[in-house]
Design a protein around this ligand. Structure first.
Ligand code: A2P
Length: 330
């Protein structure tokens, strides 16, 4: 199977990257250092994960040359002051002096530099706009979110300037719907290099994938294991994908784990993929990719037909209907 994708800039991005969402900072440093030691060259972080500093520390501990690594991070659309500062302000009952929103064009470059400082790097390989919406969050109530009128096309222009300044080598997007993607694609100077979205057999998004192929936009799949994080167990109405009969059968056929089948599925369908783990054995296991055949891929689609789940729910909070326009085959 392929190991890299060449982006429009000419940069080659490794197809399997370590996901860092929901990794506690301390565990993440160890996980990143271990992942790099066993062969990962792509790490996917984000400002809102609150662990960019820990990610950077893991990179430092690995001792591997910066230029041999691919580091992605993301511009957050809401308040991005660290949780530590928020906690201190709440404790002292200090007003936070208004909300910070990094989508305002004048704040974008500052956010980029802040990420670089936390990571301990002087450039980002891939910088993504985390969501196509700008929000204000009440620091005392995370469910109190207000959508702001800052067009993502304006935010994007400021991200383009970060490419001009050499702070980010590539820029891309995450969690965009088809309408938003079309709008940005047709109204930008530098086209997004990557679209990172949730993708697994419960959310294959076939029609949307086809559109990405048509316009030549590479897709990175997050939550390829259908997000088996225990914190989602209550809301998940579907059986774990790793227990799906087709997935289990393919695992036996190739002598690999069900997780490997799900990661291989993404690569076999032309995507890069970001399995998240802080468990050393799983981190090692998740790096193994096999090329699945068309018949293998169809067997998974048939065995999950009509079963749909999305694990990332922030989009619902901002009133963004991801399922809208998805037909049954999606
Ligand atoms: P942990 O980090 O404790 O090892 P996704 O990438 O779909 O978001 O899934 C991430 C979740 O899947 C995490 O809870 C992670 O747990 C778990 N996970 C990662 N790799 C494996 C694996 N090979 N087998 C089983 N569970 C895994």
């Amino acid at each position: 199977p392929p190991t890299h994708v060449t982006l429009p800039s000419g940069d080659r991005m490794p197809l399997v990257g370590l996901g860092c969402w929901q990794s506690e900072p301390e565990a993440l440093t160890t996980a990143v250092a271990h992942a790099i030691k066993v062969g990962y060259r792509h790490i996917d972080g984000a400002t809102i994960y609150g662990n960019e500093e820990a990610l950077g520390e893991g990179i430092k501990q690995s001792g591997v040359n910066r230029k041999d690594l691919w580091v992605t991070t993301k511009l957050w659309n809401g308040k991005s002051i660290t949780t530590r500062i928020t906690a201190i302000c709440c404790l002292l009952m200090l007003p936070l002096g208004g909300y910070i929103d990094d989508h305002r064009p004048e704040d974008v470059i500052k956010a980029c530099k802040r990420s670089l400082e936390l990571l301990g790097l002087d450039y980002i390989d891939l910088w993504l706009m985390h969501y196509p919406a700008a929000t204000d969050t009440n620091p005392n109530d995370y469910n109190d979110i207000k959508v702001l009128d800052i067009p993502y096309t304006e935010t994007w222009k400021a991200m383009e300037e970060c490419v001009d300044k050499g702070l980010a080598k590539n820029i891309g997007i995450s969690n965009y719907s088809r309408i938003e993607l079309e709008n940005l694609w047709n109204n930008c100077r530098i086209k997004p290099a990557v679209h990172q979205l949730e993708r697994h057999p419960y959310l294959p998004q076939n029609a949307f994938m086809k559109y990405h192929k048509e316009i030549g936009l590479h897709v990175t799949a997050y939550s390829p294991l259908g997000n088996t994080n225990p914190s989602f167990a209550d809301r998940d109405p579907l059986p774990p994908i790793q227990k799906n009969s087709a997935v289990v059968a393919l695992a036996a056929k190739y002598g690999i784990s069900p997780a490997n089948v799900l990661i291989s599925l993404q690569v076999s369908e032309g995507c890069s993929v970001l399995p998240k783990s802080v468990t050393p054995k799983r981190i090692e296991e998740n790096l193994k990719v096999v090329q699945l055949t068309e018949v293998d891929i169809r067997s998974i689609a048939d065995a999950t037909k009509g079963q749909r789940a999305r694990y990332c729910d922030f989009s619902e909070i901002i009133g963004y209907k991801y399922y809208e326009g998805l037909d049954d085959s999606d």
